[in-house]
Ligand binder design. Structure first.
Ligand code: BES
Ligand code: ZN
Ligand code: ZN
Length: 503
């Protein structure tokens, strides 16, 4: 999709479809209040074209509600699409991101290839709106049906973002660029996640990351079994040993000359299990195919590095992705086996399906050895996090208030939803082993997401650290008006904003 900014009047924009946003100005306290609709534009021609249908009472202005007019009078566009943002108090950049996505997904199946979206006026920050429109549109253009032989590419060819003449031109241009980088990087992660296990092995993930790194001028290394042995990554190796596919330890570094010598070094660590059968503690057959997305945390870090390379914050960033396939075999790790992590800690493997924390144990330790002084990991770590938080919020755990504050500030920009869960030492007894230092599952089945986080905490020492458990949000089973079903690429935007907040 080509996206351009146009500073021309909306009425003269020649496209197959012109989208404009509407809000409901009625009181948000009174549920039965009649909608008071307002179009977020000062363009008289657009207002006139929409006025009759808006007064009909047919359109309520609810979030994601759409109303289509053909051959709108006085406009150069072939169609006018009115999209609701909901009550005016809720009309923020996040509502705009969704509404722009809704416009794109409205257009795609109807064979519409060129689209214009009007930047809303009326109290909203113009640049933030431009960024939200670019992000929402690019994210909405993604579809996951890659291997349908009758697949019709219904991508939008051009999107014109129509900026009102009153807006700050250079701020709009910068916001446009940021939005494109963010969403294209998130879509890049989604493309990786969408691939099935036979087409996304640890080796292939390493190759895709290498291509991205060379295209974006990032330092890149990938290691496999021999180097993992040399580094004494016993926890990571114990997961990989059951598979014929060799593991990949992917290291991507961004080292700008602009970084202050005393600035923190950001470490991004991702779980890259390209397929999780559960190993000897094998998973049930139902839904096992979903476990191709068990590398979503790793993909998020690779996507984040792409965005970081292009946005160029003045801060050093190291990404470590631990990629392996978790398989049962004659060589696989067994319940009860003891392994030694790179840090020297001994681990009793009680359940081979708790493999994510094993690979991350060595990934987190290695990131610190490479010099990271702030850590974030992202992982589809536990089913329990989805039991706790549903599929609306992902889980965030933090051992440091300042790092968490930086993250909440990042969420305000990204619009992603994360909910904090505890990692207090009181929970530690859950992972105490009677034969080794720690065990890889909790003593009880309660607080499963916390037990996973407590295990990881053993490997971060006193380094400020965030753990993002994205198991409930990395894959979407049903389509939304603004987003296809399939891989979501959750966490990419928040991680990038978190990194930038330190620069
Ligand atoms: N990859 C799974 C977690 C998962 C579940 C991701 C559902 C996405 C959707 C992880 O490796 C796993 O199997 N975790 C176990 C941990 C348990 C054995 C302590 C789980 O959640 O059951
Ligand atoms: Zn597992
Ligand atoms: Zn897993």
């Amino acid at each position: 999709m080509k996206i351009e900014l146009l500073f021309t009047p909306a009425a003269s924009a020649k496209s197959e479809l012109l989208a404009v946003f509407a809000v409901d100005n009625s009181s948000s306290k009174d549920k039965d209040a009649k909608p008071e609709l307002a179009l977020l534009t000062s363009d008289e021609a657009v207002k006139k074209a929409a006025s009759y249908v808006l007064s009909s009472g047919e359109f309520k202005g609810e979030s994601s509600e759409t109303l289509l007019l053909h051959a709108p009078e006085g406009l150069a566009a072939a169609r006018l699409l009115i999209i609701g943002l909901g009550k005016s108090a809720k009309a923020d950049p996040h509502a705009i991101r969704r509404a722009a996505g809704t416009a794109v997904r409205f257009a795609k199946p109807r064979g519409i290839r060129s689209l214009s979206i009007l930047v809303p006026e009326g109290g909203l920050d113009g640049a933030q709106s431009v960024r939200a429109i670019a992000e929402g549109a690019i994210l909405a253009d993604f579809d996951s049906d890659t291997y349908r032989t009758d697949r019709k590419d219904r991508s939008i060819e051009t999107l014109s973002i129509l900026v009102p003449s009153s807006a700050d031109k250079s701020a709009a241009e910068a916001a446009h660029r940021e939005g494109m980088i963010m969403a294209e990087s998130q879509n890049f992660a989604r493309t990786l996640i969408n691939e099935p296990g036979n087409r996304m092995t640890p080796t292939i993930l390493g190759q895709r990351a290498a291509e991205m790194a060379s295209e974006n001028g990032l330092k890149f290394e990938v290691h496999s079994t021999d180097k993992l042995r040399e580094l004494k990554m016993g926890a990571f190796l114990s997961v990989a040993q059951g598979s014929d596919e060799p593991p990949a330890l992917i290291v991507i570094q961004y080292e700008p000359a602009s970084a202050r010598p005393d600035a923190p070094v950001m470490g991004l660590v991702g779980k890259g299990i390209t397929f999780d059968t559960g190993g000897i503690s094998i998973k049930p057959a139902d839904n096992m195919e979903k476990m191709k997305y068990d590398m979503a945390g790793g993909a998020a870090m690779i996507g984040a590095m792409r965005a970081i390379a292009q946005l160029k914050p003045a801060i050093k960033v190291i990404a470590v992705v631990c990629a392996a396939e978790n398989m049962p075999s004659g060589k696989a790790v067994k319940p009860g086996d003891i392994t030694f992590a790179m840090s020297g800690k001994s681990i009793e493997v009680l359940n081979t399906d708790a493999e994510g924390r094993m690979v991350l144990a060595d990934g987190l330790h290695y990131a610190r050895e490479l010099g990271a002084t702030r850590l974030v990991d992202a992982a589809t770590l536990t089913g329990a996090v989805a039991i706790a938080l549903g599929q609306i919020n992902a889980g965030v755990f933090a051992n440091d208030e300042d790092a968490y504050q930086h993250f909440t500030a990042a969420l305000k920009v990204s619009g992603e939803k994360f909910w904090r869960l505890p990692v207090e030492d009181d929970y530690r007894e859950q992972i105490r082993s009677s034969i080794a230092d720690i065990q890889n599952t909790g003593l009880t089945r309660y607080g499963g997401a916390i037990n996973g986080a407590m295990f990881l905490k053993e490997f971060v020492g006193d380094t400020p650290w965030l753990h993002l458990d994205i198991a409930g949000l990395a894959w979407q089973d049903a389509e939304k008006p603004w987003l296809a079903k399939g891989p979501t690429g959750v966490a990419v935007r928040s991680i990038v904003e978190w990194v930038r907040s330190y620069a």
